[in-house]
Ligand binder design. Sequence first.
Ligand code: PMP
Ligand code: GLN
Length: 380
Amino acid sequence: MREFGTTVFAEMTALAARTGSINLGQGFPDTDGPPAMLARAAEALRGGWNQYPPGPGVPELRQAVSWHRMDRYGLAYDPDGEILVTVGATEAISAAVLALCEPGDEVILFEPYYDSYSASVALAGAVRKPVPLRIAEGRFTFDPDELRAAAGPRTRAILVNSPHNPTGTVFTREELAVIADLCRERDIIAITDEVYEHLTFDDVTHIPLATFEGMRERTVMISSAGKTFSVTGWKTGFVCAPRPLITAVQTVKQFLTFTASAPWQLAVAYALREELGWVEGLRAELEGKRDRLMEGLAKAGFEVFRPAGTYFVQTDIRPLGFDDGLTLTRRLPELAGVVAIPTQVFYDHPAIGRHLVRFAFCKRDEVISEAVSRLLSGLR
Ligand code: PMP
Ligand code: GLN
C-alpha cells in the first residue's frame, strides 16, 4: 500500500486548517442534516442502542432501504438477505471488491476515479483497468469503444460511479446501456457507487444501473446517508444485491468492522422514510450553490464545466496561465486563501487531468461568496 500515502482530502483539509484558508477541497457540507433525524440519533443514544447491532444492520434500516429502492426505482430487495448496512460507502466498496475479486482479476473503472477505488483494488491484489472520461460538449463522458477495449478475459468487475465524483457527470440512459451491454456480454459484475443519487440538477435524474435488463442479478448497488442527509461523519452506508453477492460481501465485511454503529442506523431509517422532502430542498439549494460558484470561478478566469450532480465543479486552469493543478492547488492558500483539489491525483494517467482542479460547492452561500471574492483578487 506504500504508493497510497495520505489521501489528498486529508492533505488538503490539513492545508486549509494550517493556512486559515476556505476549504473548497474535501466534500463535506458546513450545515447539518434534518433536525428530526438528528433528534432520532440522540434518542437512540440515550435509549440504549449502544451495543453491537446485528451484522447485516438493524432491521429498521434494512426495511427502510428496501422500501426506498422500491418506491424510487421500482427495485425489489429483500431486507432479510439482500441488504447489508456498512460503515459508509467506503467500506461497502472495499468489501465488495475484496469479496468478488481474486488476485490478478481486472477491475474496470472510469478515471478520474474516487481515490478509495484504486486502494480497494490494490487491497484485493486485483488490477485496475482505467477508462478515461473526456470532455465532449461541455461534459465528461467515455468512448464506448475504449470501454469495450478495456474488457478482457480477466475482467471480473466494473466500478461505476454516477453521479460521478470528481467530474459531476451523471451518466445518461444511453451511457448506462453501453455499460450494461458490456456487463451482460462479458459476464462482468457491476459495483455501483450511487452516494450522490439524490443530488442531481437541471432536471437530470439518476438511473441505477440495476434497473437495466439483466443487471439486477449482477449488480452490487451501493449508497450511503452521508451526502443524502448531510451527515458525512456518520459513515452509514448500505448495499443492495442478490443473495449470493450480499453473502460474499457480508463475509468480508464482518471481518473489517463486523457491524456498523447502531444509533445512526435508526436515525437514517427514519430519514429515508420521512425526510426525502428535506433532501429535495437540499438538492435545490445545492443547484443554486453550484451556479453561484460556477459564475464566480468563471469571473476569476477559470474555464468551468457544468456538473449535472454531486458537490463538485471541475475547472480548467489554463486560461489563468497555469498548467499544473497540483502546483496551483499547493499555492492557492498563499495566493487567495482558498483550498481546492488537483484532479490529476484521481488518474492512472495524471497527464490527462493535469490542468484540472476540483472545487466543492456544498458550503454556505456566504462561504462561497467569500471564496470567490478571494479568488477574484488573488488570481488577478
Ligand atoms: N464514493 C464517492 C463517489 C464519494 O464521493 C464518497 C465520499 N464522499 C464516498 C464514496 C464515501 O462515502 P462514505 O462517506 O459513505 O464512506
Ligand atoms: N468524498 C469526499 C470528497 O470527494 C471526501 C471523502 C474523504 O475525505 N475521503 O471530497
